[in-house]
Design a protein around this ligand. Structure first.
Ligand code: NOJ
Length: 567
């Protein structure tokens, strides 16, 4: 598709920063905004186009900031509003765009609205901003319905000793994250204001948290039991019959927000939204990226796919089919702060869950995991569309599986401990980024320990160890990002080849918008035998060093026609 400068997001690679684990500028063990600002040149040099920053707003940090107490300020843990302004301005000077996180499904219980609700009587305007329901005097311990929290346990808690009187309140996540009532006009108006607040400060867009969750089925009917079980097993991938996920009403909210974003867009750049919507089947996700809604939606079906050639071929074809139908780009993603890092996930045994680890597990083979992760990324970055990277994946960081229980912080761990389905939680993908091997091995005595312990292996994978080493994962990411841009792959068209390759490969022919150099063939070899490079093609990028004529197992190559000027 041809492009104008405004639609930068169609081809953008966007890097996710998880602030507490990115860069700690003041030595308190927690990353912060000045730390991010200081490392923006690193991100520019890496070759990304934009940075999405997970929440840094005032919060009791019960869910690492996804429990927001004030949407229009910065938590002192991370800095100040002035630091946010500096970060945005510095990014823009470097040619990077900034996307911030918007958390509209729930607030923190410390938000002034929830505090006001607790102090007000049932039936009051203050309570109507949330999902309160009466306690049945004859059955006071049975919640209003059977919905389960995404983090384990019931999705209802009782207010305890609220001065306004006790009721149940709904929380699809932790009990400290009460769900808002999006049927209430004040809630809608408040979020319009939040969008404007950050747009006025210059941000380029929003990542919308739980974008499929804000509207609940009227009457709040029980979940059919098989759905409740599926939710727990499948990291909350929604099915159309779940009464709190993927209701049609969410789309009205996005149409309203799109108008606000469009009113801030300029002829050099559109302001964008990206939906975090765990919905299936894949056709449902395309509804979030219709022309008057979100610009992008994370392709979690791709992230969820196992290292299996047929499954990958199918998800890639289907992704283009459903997104092309609404004129949207496909938004590839392999890792984020909620799922097992792909350098570990792709080597897990088939019986393990794809995104959440249940209980203690034996670490899968690290070498296999890293080879597959590099191959998966090389496949993803060759594909037309946009892509998100999660901090540390460019270093090949594995999931950290041996965090001591007393250091874990994810509410999922605590809410599922001692139940039939205990989960380790998401701390293992949130361990702070290692910038220097020495800092991991011999931490400075005048600095606090990182909020989660960094394992020894992080020293070998530190940024300073990988920089300049052509065989490193970091240099692989740099070269792929630069070549992808140079070739214009992201704007191209893709065709998944079903017949010309054998069944153990995933082969996609990408024709750049400017066809001067001909097509690029992206081939991932998932088989046990080497795959011979066709005689009329040459390797222009490979997920392993030194690949020229034969592609080994768990390796992806980009192939240009012989004679193409691309080297
Ligand atoms: C999705 C976020 O990515 C996750 O980290 C958070 O716990 C939930 N939404 C609740 O906000």
């Amino acid at each position: 598709m041809s492009h104008t400068p405004t639609d930068w997001w169609r081809r953008a690679v966007i890097y996710q920063v998880y602030p507490r684990s990115f860069a700690d500028s003041d030595g308190d063990g927690l990353g912060d905004l000045p730390g991010i600002t200081a490392h923006l040149p690193y991100l520019r040099d890496l070759g990304v186009d934009a940075v999405w920053i997970s929440p840094f707003y005032p919060s009791p940090q019960k869910d690492a900031g996804y429990d927001v107490a004030d949407y229009c300020d910065v938590d002192p843990l991370f800095g100040s509003l002035a630091d946010a302004d500096t970060l945005i301005a510095t990014a823009h000077d470097l040619g990077l765009r900034i996307i911030v996180d918007l958390v509209p499904n729930h607030t923190s219980d410390r938000h002034e609205w929830f505090q006001a609700a607790l102090a007000s009587a049932p039936g009051s305007l203050e309570r109507d901003r949330y999902m309160f329901r009466d306690i049945d005097e004859n059955d006071p311990d049975t919640p209003p319905n059977n919905w389960e929290s995404n983090f384990g346990g019931a999705a209802w808690s009782k207010t305890e000793g609220a001065t306004g009187g006790d009721q149940w309140y709904l929380h699809l996540f932790d009990s400290s994250q009460p769900d808002l009532n999006w049927e209430n006009q004040e809630v809608r108006d408040m979020f319009d204001g939040v969008l404007r607040f950050w747009l006025d400060r210059g941000v380029d867009g929003f990542r919308v948290d739980v974008a499929h969750g804000m509207i609940k089925e009227p009457g709040l009917p029980d979940v059919e039991v098989h759905d409740a079980e599926a939710d727990v097993d499948d990291a909350a991938m929604a099915s159309a019959s779940t009464p709190y996920w993927d209701r049609d009403g969410v789309h009205d909210i996005y149409r309203r927000w799109r108008k606000i974003l469009d009113s801030y867009s300029t002829d050099t750049a559109e302001r964008i939204m990206v939906a975090e919507a765990w919905v299936q089947p894949i056709d449902r996700i395309a509804r979030y990226v219709r022309p008057d809604e979100h610009h992008q939606a994370f392709n979690f079906s791709f992230l969820d796919t196992r290292w299996d050639p047929a499954a990958l071929r199918e998800v890639i074809s289907e992704s283009y089919r459903v997104n092309d139908a609404v004129g949207a780009p496909t938004t590839w993603v392999l890792s984020n702060h909620d799922v097992i890092r792909h350098a570990t996930r792709l080597a897990l045994a088939p019986e393990e869950a794809v995104t959440q680890l249940a209980g203690p597990v034996t670490e899968p083979d690290r070498t296999v995991g890293l080879s597959r992760a590099r191959a998966a990324t090389t496949l993803m970055l060759g594909l037309p569309g946009s892509a998100y990277l999660y901090q540390g994946e460019e270093l090949g960081l594995p999931e950290v599986l041996d965090i001591p229980d007393d250091r874990r912080q994810d509410p999922t761990f605590f809410r599922t401990r001692g139940t039939d389905s205990p989960e380790l939680g998401r701390d293992g993908c949130r361990v702070p980024v290692p910038w220097s091997a020495d800092e991991v091995r011999s931490p400075a005595t005048d600095k606090a320990e990182p909020w989660l312990p960094q394992p020894e292996i992080f020293a070998d994978l530190a940024v300073d160890r990988q920089t300049g080493d052509a065989s490193s994962t970091l240099e692989l990411y740099r070269s792929l990002l630069h070549l992808r841009k140079e070739l214009g792959l992201a704007d191209g068209t893709a065709r998944v080849l079903e017949t010309v390759t054998d069944t153990d490969t995933v082969a996609v022919e990408v024709t750049p918008a400017e066809e001067a150099d001909g097509s690029v063939l992206i081939v991932a070899n998932l088989g046990t035998d080497d795959w011979p490079v066709p005689a009329d093609r040459q390797v222009i990028a490979a997920s392993r060093p030194g690949v020229t004529t034969s592609v080994p197992t768990d390796c992806t190559v980009w192939l240009a026609g012989l004679g193409s000027h691309v080297e």
